[in-house]
Each structure stands twice: as structure tokens, then as C-alpha cells.
Design a protein around this ligand. Structure first.
Ligand code: ADP
Ligand code: MG
Length: 361
């Protein structure tokens, strides 16, 4: 449905070689909900603006279906857009705000207002049609912006950080709401966010961007369990993945990752090609894939508890290897019942098969 081919965007006046978007390829299916996720400045908004037609790519092609839209005006693209700021007109009522894009398309007032009423029901603000935006809460304003974007029945809905101005609790409700509306209407939706939890919760697929390039494009679960590179591995997950420098060695027929603090014997099912022997790697393990024994565990790794943070649902334990040879500490999760105290020695094990290995760059 939507295809981006080798899209590059350089802003005027920026130094040579600094591309806001740098060779981006992306395909979005009809009816799909896709998130563009990445740190601030990675090119998410620029990409969305190019989809909307508000910015032109420096090179590359954008297709909606078979139609090349690079030079198609925003108003002829059949898209709805919600900006981070909502951009509502303060001097207009909610009804007028929602009807505005329809009136712009010369729809008669009566019909436009009727459509505004219809769509306001979908986002549950039909009781607020006579109010001004300033008389609404943040969550209500957000719904007006959604209704306005949806009023003309767009084929594509573009959302730029649509929930960043809402408080944490409301965010969760609005997130569910957006997903429900999207499903009911079947509108192809692209959301831009820097909030990984939001992106993973709401989307069919997530494109992770860094430096104007797509790092990985996959369903949420796959990104989490099979991160393709170090950036994706360390960007996703909270608390973040533990990453430890190591070398792959062969010891009595086994492949072992040797680090300063521990040696980890790779299970048979995850044996590497011979060419990896002797290579520098990053050994990654997520905090929830580490188990903990408070008593002696001869097969475990002996570590010392440095700090404990209470998360409510459990405890985040920050441990250091007992000889303090590792450069970073190891983060792991323990449930509330596990009796750990700071300063104490514990034993940890990595759940088989749950580790990640990355070439050291
Ligand atoms: P994101 O939305 O992921 O935070 P943006 O797409 O807004 O990132 O920005 C990507 C890069 O392009 C950044 O380095 C930013 O400084 C730059 N940039 C964005 N808008 C402009 C502009 N109008 N002029 C020049 N540079 C810009
Ligand atoms: Mg942005």
C-alpha cells in the first residue's frame, strides 16, 4: 500500500553529509498500524512530513499503491494527520474544527457538520461540539484532533507523537482508544514516537530508526527477542539489556564466551560457525532472563548486590561481579518475595538460550 524507496532528505543549509533521512526503505500494508520509533533527531518527523507531502524528499520515491506521490500536494493525498501540538483553531468550536478540512474541500456546511457529529461519536466527544478548544482537557483536545484527521475518511492516518502531552494514566486509555478506532475504520496508520512501550503496545510492526536509517523493521515481539544489531538490542527494553565484552573461545569441545567476570558455555543449539572462534563479541542478556539463588549455587556466577530499586511489581537488582572485574554492573529482576539485601553475595544464572551475541564494532 505505501512504499518508500531509498528516501533521502537533506535540509537546506545543513552541512554536506548530514542527512535527516538517509536511504530509507519501508513498506506498509493496507490497514496496517506501523510505528516509527527512535531517539530524538533520528528522522521520524521528517519521514512523516514526507508521507504527508509537507516536505519533498531530496531523492527516492514514495508510492501510495502504484501511484508515485512525490509531487502530489498534501490535499490530494487523502491523508489525515494529528500533530504533537494538535494544532486546533482556538477561535473555532469543536464542530467547526472537525468540519474544517471538509469545508476546505467545499463540502456544504450542513453536510460537513453532520459528518463532524458522526465522527465525534466515534471518538466520544459528541457532547463537546459547541465548546472551544480552550474549554477542553488535554485528552479531549487530543480526541478533537483525531476526529478532525478522520473526518474526511482518509486512507492513511499519520500521527506525530500524539500522546506526548497526556499524563501517564490517560496515555494508556488513549492508546487503547486509538487502536480500537484504527481497527474499526481499517485505516492504514503510521505513528511516530520515541516511547518504546507505546510503539510496542500499539503497532503491528515497528521500524526502529537511528541516524536517518532503519535499523530493524519487524513485529514488536521479534524486535525484542531477535534484535538484529547492538543498537536495537540496547535501545529496546526497560530495564535495558546487559551487554558485556567477551571473546569466543573453544574449550574441550565447547564454545565458551569468556568475559572478565564470567565464562558462559554456549548450548549445543546455539553453536557458532568456526570463523567466530577468537572473535570479540558483546554478550547480551536481558534482566528478566537472569535467575537468582540466594544460597550457594556451584553452577551459578557469584556476584555482589550493589543496589536494589523497588519497581512495585518486583525489584531491580544491580549486581557487580565479586572481583569487580566487569566494567559494568549486571541488572536483573527479582520478585518481591526474593530476599536480597545490598552488600550480600548471590549467585546468578542466565536462562539457557536467552542470550544474544553481537559482533563487537
Ligand atoms: P525526530 O522527529 O526523529 O526527532 P526530525 O525528523 O525532526 O527527528 O529531525 C531529523 C534531523 O533533521 C535532526 O538532526 C534535525 O535537527 C534535522 N531537522 C529537522 N527539521 C529541520 C529543519 N527544518 N531544518 C534543518 N534541519 C532540520
Ligand atoms: Mg519528531
Amino acid at each position: 500500500m505505501i512504499t518508500l524507496k531509498n528516501i533521502v532528505k537533506e535540509y537546506d543549509g545543513k552541512q554536506e553529509g548530514s542527512k535527516a533521512v538517509d536511504g530509507l526503505d519501508l513498506e506498509i500494508k493496507k490497514g496496517e498500524f506501523v510505528a516509527l520509533l527512535g531517539p530524538s533527531g533520528c528522522g521520524k518527523t521528517t519521514t512523516l512530513m514526507m508521507l504527508a507531502g509537507l516536505l519533498k524528499p531530496t531523492s527516492g520515491e514514495i508510492y501510495f499503491g502504484d501511484r508515485l506521490v512525490n509531487h502530489v500536494e498534501p490535499k490530494d493525498r487523502n491523508i489525515g494527520m494529528v500533530f504533537q501540538s494538535y494544532a486546533l483553531y482556538p477561535h473555532m468550536s469543536v464542530r467547526e474544527n472537525i468540519a474544517f478540512p471538509l469545508r476546505e474541500r467545499k463540502m456544504p456546511k450542513k453536510e460537513a457538520y453532520e459528518r463532524a457529529r458522526e465522527i465525534s461519536k466515534v471518538v466520544q466527544i459528541d457532547h463537546l461540539l459547541d465548546r472551544r478548544p480552550t474549554q477542553l482537557s488535554g485528552g479531549q483536545q487530543q480526541r478533537v484532533a483525531m476526529a478532525r484527521a478522520l473526518a474526511k475518511n482518509p486512507e492513511i492516518l499519520l500521527l506525530d507523537e500524539p500522546m506526548s502531552n497526556l499524563d501517564a494514566r490517560l496515555k494508556l486509555d488513549v492508546r487503547d482508544e486509538i487502536r480500537k478506532i484504527q481497527r474499526n475504520l481499517g485505516v492504514t496508520t503510521i505513528i511516530v514516537t520515541h516511547d518504546q512501550e507505546e510503539a510496542l503496545a500499539i503497532s503491528d510492526r515497528v521500524a526502529i530508526l537511528n541516524g536517518g536509517k532503519i535499523q530493524q523493521y519487524a513485529p514488536p515481539n521479534e524486535l525484542f527477542t531477535q534484535p538484529i544489531n547492538l543498537f536495537v538490542a540496547s535501545f529496546l527494553g526497560n530495564p535495558p539489556m546487559n551487554l558485556v565484552d567477551g571473546v569466543v573461545e573453544e574449550k574441550s569441545g565447547n564454545q565458551v564466551v569468556v568475559t572478565n567476570g564470567f565464562e558462559y558455555s554456549l548450548p549445543e543449539s546455539r553453536k557458532l560457525d568456526r570463523e567466530h572462534i577468537g572473535k570479540q563479541v558483546q554478550f547480551g542478556i536481558r534482566p528478566h532472563d537472569i535467575s537468582i539463588t540466594t544460597g550457594e549455587d556451584p553452577r551459578g556466577i557469584r556476584v555482589k548486590v550493589d543496589l536494589i530499586e523497588h519497581l512495585g511489581s518486583g525489584k531491580l537488582v544491580k549486581a557487580i561481579d565479586s572481583e569487580e572485574k566487569l566494567e559494568s554492573m549486571i541488572r536483573l529482576l527479582a520478585d518481591n518475595e526474593t530476599p536480597v539485601r545490598s552488600g550480600e553475595t548471590i549467585f546468578i544464572r542466565f536462562r539457557d538460550d536467552k542470550f544474544h551475541l553481537f559482533d563487537k564494532t
